[in-house]
Design a binder for this molecule. Sequence first.
Ligand code: NAP
Ligand code: ZN
Ligand code: ZN
Length: 347
Amino acid sequence: MSATKAYAVHSAKDTLAPFNLDRRKAGPYDVQFEILFCGVCHSDIHQVRNEWNNSIYPMVPGHEIVGKVTKVGDKVKKFKVNDLVGVGCLVDSCRECSNCKKGLEQYCKNGSVGTYNAYEKDGKTVTYGGYSKQIVVHEDFVLRISDKLPLNAVAPLLCAGITTYSPLKHWKVGKGHKVGVVGLGGLGHMAVKFAAAFGAEVTMLSTSPSKEEDARRLGAHKFALTSNPEQLKSLKNYFNFIVDTVSAPHDYNAYLHMLDTNGIMICVGVPPAPIEMYGFSLLGNRRSIAGSGIGGLPETQEMLDYCAENNIVSDVEMINMAYINEAYERMLKGDVKYRFVIDMATL
Ligand code: NAP
Ligand code: ZN
Ligand code: ZN
């Protein structure tokens, strides 16, 4: 075991504070690395506050983890000491089911293991995430990271990046498609960057008038303020795809009506309350509503390599570890441009 400094909460009402945890000793297939940066995902807030009713305490959040390898087990083939590496939302899965065999570990039929707020395959050991100094992960769940990109701005790719890249790839979004992105936060800004890079016409659908200039700089061709009914009128039956990244309850029907024939609304945001939907919102134009969860290991590596080749990173605001509770409050107000990343040297 190795003693590791971290930040944790002990209940849904708690704020994050210093915590000491023990990481396992690196086994033969394990990669141990020093965490240099960790992104702050809205899922961290949902889970810290038990908004999905599945929280395990104490909880050390963080699943946008990048750092430098300090130790590898003697059977590790893919990594060596000093390599730049990353870990996203998963640290294990069964590796045997049909989904794991296809590289869809996030949909493992026997249950994948989350980087935090989960139990290891032994059913007992709780996983602790990236708001910590170091981590030990099986090499199969560790990603290679290029030294061409600024490492701090790569961290959010491990969740916000892959969660938006994966559905855009799955539905082959590209040239000739009109894509609406709802919510300009961590996921939203990556959805705009990827959809634009893939050649689609991108419209930002936002509640924040102050974000228009940034949306256009990030790659959006159009911007619509969702609180302005006039601006929304012209978007009726307009999009082929809508990527909804909103973290709070909102009216899905209003967006479904913006889909053209056979249009698909892809929900990646996970508001804590169930969604209310009218049949008419779907049957007109033969619309569909779909979901998508993070991404598997091969696709996450593909996305990281694509970003390195095409110079795509997240727009980040760097914070100290001690600022985390304030950062959460700002995210809840939509005040983040566009991902907080913790500098782990400050822990
Ligand atoms: P975030 O950075 O906080 O961004 C969310 C954005 O949604 C806000 O910036 C805001 O954008 C908009 N918004 C917030 N409240 C709203 C409201 N009441 N009505 C309309 N719009 C609102 O969050 P994130 O980290 O991108 O995460 C977004 C969601 O995705 C979370 O629910 C998270 O848990 C989920 N998630 C899912 C997966 C997956 O695998 N599917 C992976 C990661 C995260 P504007 O100011 O532009 O309106
Ligand atoms: Zn996340
Ligand atoms: Zn599996």
